[in-house]
Design a protein around this ligand. Sequence first.
Ligand SMILES: C[C@@H](O)[C@H](N)C(=O)N[C@H]1[C@@H](O)[C@H](n2cnc3c(N)ncnc32)O[C@@H]1CO
Length: 138
Amino acid sequence: LRLLLIHAKRFSYKAREPAVKEPESLSEASATGDFENALVVFSTVEQGDDESVAERAASEIYETASNLKPSTVVVYPYAHLSSELAPPTVAMDVLRKFADKLRERGLRVERAPFGWYKEFVLECYGHPLSELSKTIRK
Ligand SMILES: C[C@@H](O)[C@H](N)C(=O)N[C@H]1[C@@H](O)[C@H](n2cnc3c(N)ncnc32)O[C@@H]1CO
């Protein structure tokens, strides 16, 4: 998993149109979201990533969230942080597991819909820990 974390004063997104053959249904993940004090986690699933990687990533994000105290953690599927992408079906599964494991740790988590082009507005706080990147691999 390749993660880009932005601690955002404001983050909002809106799904526009499908970007893969079978985009996630918008009943499962909400088509729009609007958050204040959010930890946005742009997440790229790489080849070889599995549940154990999702588990370790959840522990790392929990640690960061304990410091930053965001009101919400937004897991945002993002296919641009690696050149070794996992296929969509695997990526969808790993991101669902990642979000669930964050919830298991008591965090409020929203997951943006998978497989969609999305517009978004992102307002970064700009404090020293407001931009971080993490790589978690098998
Ligand atoms: C397009 C851009 O604006 C948008 N934000 C986007 O990236 N959409 C991605 C992810 O939602 C998802 N997706 C596909 N493969 C992956 C993967 N390996 N890891 C994460 N997401 C993936 O499928 C879409 C097209 O690649």
